[in-house]
Design a protein around this ligand. Structure first.
Ligand code: 5GP
Ligand code: ZN
Length: 115
């Protein structure tokens, strides 16, 4: 069961308190376009449950993480990213994470710059 954290913007999107155009959803995750895209395609894949970051993952999240990883190529394919894509998981302040609700960035386009 998910617990809503009042000040978490992604929890509010999940519960539809804040309206958003979801491009995918199922019982475990949602996906939507990043509000400030850094590439032609820039999606956020967000679990419905509030986990602050990758650093707080527990063994009980194994199934969810596996689901998300397997979903990413599927989402990339639907966005016509047939040549490839990039996944970013910013973790913690030192990792540049701005929103403390675990999420994966899916980036792609004609050609991403070198990392
Ligand atoms: P982080 O730095 O935490 O990994 O990335 C958070 C991302 O969420 C940023 O790329 C930012 O543009 C995006 N973002 C922040 N607020 C919203 C919002 O209300 N809607 C959407 N779609 N994206 C958001
Ligand atoms: Zn949250």
């Amino acid at each position: 069961m998910s617990v809503t954290i009042p000040d978490c913007i992604f929890c509010k999107i999940v519960t539809k308190e804040i309206p958003a155009n979801l491009i995918y959803e199922d019982d475990q995750v949602i996906a939507l376009k990043d509000i400030h895209p850094r590439a032609k395609v820039h999606l956020l894949l967000i679990p419905r449950i509030h986990v602050p970051s990758l650093a707080q993952l527990e063994t009980k999240h194994e199934g969810l993480m596996s689901h998300m990883m397997l979903l990413l190529p599927n989402l990339a394919h639907r966005q016509d990213l047939h040549r490839g894509f990039r996944i970013i998981i910013n973790t913690g302040k030192g990792g540049g994470q701005e929103i403390d609700h675990l999420h994966m960035h899916l980036l792609g386009g004609p050609q991403l710059p070198g990392f």
